[in-house]
Every structure is written in C-alpha cells, then in structure tokens.
Ligand binder design. Structure first.
Ligand SMILES: [Ca+2]
Length: 284
C-alpha cells in the first residue's frame, strides 16, 4: 500500500545523508522530489479508500486446522470444502465446520502447489499455482475426474453460474469456459484509477466478486461486469491482538452461506475460522 511506499522512500533519505557535504544540494533536491512523491502517494492512498468500507461482526468462531495453508474455501449444501497449498502439503478436504475436523482429504502430488477451489455442479475444481494444471473432482467422493490447462499462475477461483472466475495474483480477473477452462474474457480491477493487485481467494456474493488481497486484512468487493471496486470489508479485528502472528498467516479463504448471508472466513495456518455478518457500508 501507499503508506509503506512512503516509509521506504523516507528510509532512503537517511541513507543519502552520510555521503558528505558535496551532495547536500543534490540531497535537498531529491528530498523535495521525494516529499512531492510521498504527498502524491499519500493522496493516492487516501483516494484508494474512498470506496465505502464496511465493518463485520463475528457471529461464531470455530476451530481450524492450524497446519492448513488455506487457499480456497467453499460451502455447498451446508458442507465445507477447503483447498490447501504448499509443496508436499497441498490437499482438497471436506471439513466439519463446527469442530474443524477433516472428514475426507485428497493429497496432491508433491510437485503441485494447490490454490483456489470452487464448486461446479457435481464437481469441485482446484487450481495449482505454477504447474499450469487445474483439477476436476467428483464432489461427493473427492475422486479426481479430469484436468485442464491454466495459462500463467492460478490463485483464486469462484463462479457466477455460467463461467468460472479466476485470479492470478495480478489486478485482473479472468472468466473461463467451464467445459475446458479456456479464457473467455478478463477485467482489470480498479479502485478509481488504482489497480488492485494481488487478488487472491474469491467468492461470488450477491452478483459481486469478493476477494482476498494477499497480505491485506480486508476483502474487496468487485463488480464483475467491469472490474470496478464497489467497496471493502474491514477484517483487521479477526486476529486476536494478544496472539502472535507469523508473517505467512495472512487472511485467505471466503465461503458464503447463502441461506443466512453469513461469510465463513479464515487464513493460512489460522487456528480459527470465523462466521461473520457484514454490515452495510455507511455510504453504500
Ligand atoms: Ca471461495
């Protein structure tokens, strides 16, 4: 985010100073430029959050496997499915929501790093990160059924009833043909003029695409027609303040429960999975 960029430029200034008197004029010039740049970046950051930010209330907290490097989450007919990543630890799981117990599990070959999952009719679909391979399973049995090709990286996956929707870590969402995974179109996700990069796990919620953003404690709501950012959901309160958090433990995983409108959310190697209710944004 912009704030971090400002911080980096300011530490750059400190590095310049020991170079001696001859460079003070140059340093002053650079400092002026940096200040102007920082101001622009700060203004950009402020603009970036001009879109409405909604809060969310925790309805319930369930146990979650702290070893699960969560990459995908989906709820189908009250049954929770989870895809996990990591070389040698990627899997597709059926999980008991209330206890977090893994009821069924299929492990991926060690060379595949599991990514997002989605339900599709009687199947589950799972992406891999850099292997160029997508996997289709029979949902009832978790039996692998077929493969399809992925161009570039696979990150998050959901569907709108007609097409699969995939993220790849960039600011773009691709719409794929469910028959063969072929790309049909793509949109660039913009908040005003700012591309929202690192789009990760996805969920289709009330006609919108909701996305995790890698290393951010918020969700972003996206209009699938044109990629416009409709708003954010602040989830920075989910991780308890008195608990240590490792760098890799980022928020990732969204599943909607259509009957209640609740969301189930968790993160990579989080010991908890939260049921949340999102409030309408004040300016929404
Ligand atoms: Ca999802």
């Amino acid at each position: 985010m912009g704030w971090r960029t400002v911080g980096r430029w300011r530490s750059g200034l400190a590095l310049l100073r020991p170079l001696g008197g001859g460079v003070w004029l140059l340093t002053g010039l650079i400092a002026g430029l940096i200040t102007a740049f920082a101001t622009a970046v700060t203004a950009e950051a402020a603009r970036a959050f001009a879109a409405p930010v909604a809060s969310a209330q925790v309805v319930a907290r369930y146990p979650h496997d702290p070893d699960a490097f969560t990459q995908g989450l989906v709820l189908v007919d009250g049954v929770l499915y989870e895809g996990t990543g990591g070389y040698g630890e990627s899997s597709l799981r059926r999980v008991d929501l209330e206890t977090g117990r893994v009821l069924a599990r299929v492990d991926l070959p060690e060379r595949w790093f599991g990514e997002g999952i989605a339900d599709w009719r009687d199947e589950l679909i799972q992406l891999t990160w850099r292997a160029g391979v997508g996997l289709r399973y029979t949902r009832a049995t978790l039996e692998p059924r077929a493969r399809f090709a992925i161009q570039g990286e696979g990150w998050g996956l959901t569907h709108n009833g007609q097409q699969w929707i995939m993220s790849d870590g960039s600011a773009e969402l691709r719409f794929l043909d469910p028959t063969d995974g072929r790309e049909l179109r793509r949109v660039r996700v913009l908040d005003g003029n700012r591309p929202v990069r690192h789009l990760n796990e996805l969920e289709f919620v009330n006609g919108e695409v909701w996305a995790n953003v890698w290393y951010q404690d918020y969700l972003v709501r996206i209009d699938p027609a044109d990629g416009r950012v409709l708003g954010y959901v602040d989830l920075s309160h989910l991780w308890p303040e008195d608990q240590a958090r490792r760098h890799e433990q980022v928020l990732n995983g969204i599943a909607v429960e259509r009957e209640t409108g609740h969301l189930l959310v968790t993160g990579k190697r989080w010991p908890w999975l939260f049921r949340i209710e999102v409030a309408a944004a004040a300016s929404d």
